[in-house]
Design a protein around this ligand. Structure first.
Ligand SMILES: Nc1ncnc2c1ncn2[C@@H]1O[C@H](COP(=O)(O)OP(=O)(O)OP(=O)(O)O)[C@@H](O)[C@H]1O
Length: 234
């Protein structure tokens, strides 16, 4: 479904990604793990054409996306939940979720915002609260709910657990798994929290200083403790 083929990405003159390749199939759930500054967010922004200058090929269903702008990529069914969540502070939880209709694929029937909300039990009692009055974990759930409300084919979730309490991380893992399974959305997840990434995905890419240094199943990573020590400082 998504194919990233030997991309380089730059901010100004500084090259951040070096020949990165990965694929995500239909309904597949895949993680990109790596330390701070490894290039995970740059990779996600490159896929959406939302910042870095990119060289190389990014294709969706076999078609090169070329210079296609971000909003059109979203309308193909690619939905990015950025690291900073971008919740609207001055509208309610339910209205935040309703905003998804603006980025949805044309012709796709969307669930009512109330039905999307019901998929996230923690948010149900908060539906009328302003986005700016939520905790970090609650905001993260709203951001995921809003992404799912647009019926994406692939959700890109950038470090969702950063700064969240363990109990919220567990709830988020349950919700992400359930919504991906029930809606049929694929998942590309960037994470440093290996427990969370393992709960939500079947295989992973390990990125370090802008290069993919390993890809395989979680079991393959377990069989390589040296990789964890070298690239994840575990
Ligand atoms: N807008 C920017 N301009 C210049 N350099 C940037 C910019 N954004 C990120 N970088 C640099 O690119 C490199 C990769 O950053 P990136 O945010 O992609 O890493 P990351 O793996 O997502 O890290 P983190 O887990 O800390 O978010 C870092 O060295 C960072 O300083």
């Amino acid at each position: 479904m998504l194919s990233v083929d030997r991309i380089d990405a730059f901010y100004g003159d500084s090259q951040i990604l070096h020949g990165v390749s990965l694929t995500v199939g239909e309904k597949e759930r895949v993680a990109v793990v790596g330390r701070n500054g490894a290039g995970k967010s740059t990779l996600f922004k490159s896929i959406l054409n939302a910042g870095p200058r990119v060289r190389g090929r990014i294709a969706w269903e076999g078609k090169d996306l070329g210079a296609m702008p971000t909003f059109r990529r979203a309308r193909l069914g690619l939905s990015l939940v950025p690291e900073d969540r971008r919740i609207f502070d001055h509208v309610t939880v339910l209205e935040n979720i309703a905003m998804a209709r603006y980025a949805a694929r044309p012709g796709v029937e969307l669930e009512a915002p109330e039905a999307v909300l019901a998929r996230f039990p923690m948010l149900v009692p908060l539906k009328d609260r302003m986005g700016g009055r939520l905790s970090g974990g609650q905001q993260q759930m709203v951001a995921v709910a809003r992404a799912i409300a647009g019926r994406p084919r692939l959700m890109l979730l950038d470090e969702p657990t950063e700064g969240l309490a363990p109990v919220i991380v567990e709830q988020l893992a349950r919700d992400v798994n359930t919504v991906c399974r029930e809606t049929g959305s694929g998942l590309l997840l960037s994470e440093q929290n290996l427990w969370f990434a393992r709960q939500c995905t079947d295989r992973l890419f390990l990125i370090d200083t802008g290069r993919i240094v390993f890809d395989g199943l979680w079991q393959d990573l377990d069989d390589n403790p040296d990789l964890k020590r070298r690239y994840l400082a575990l």
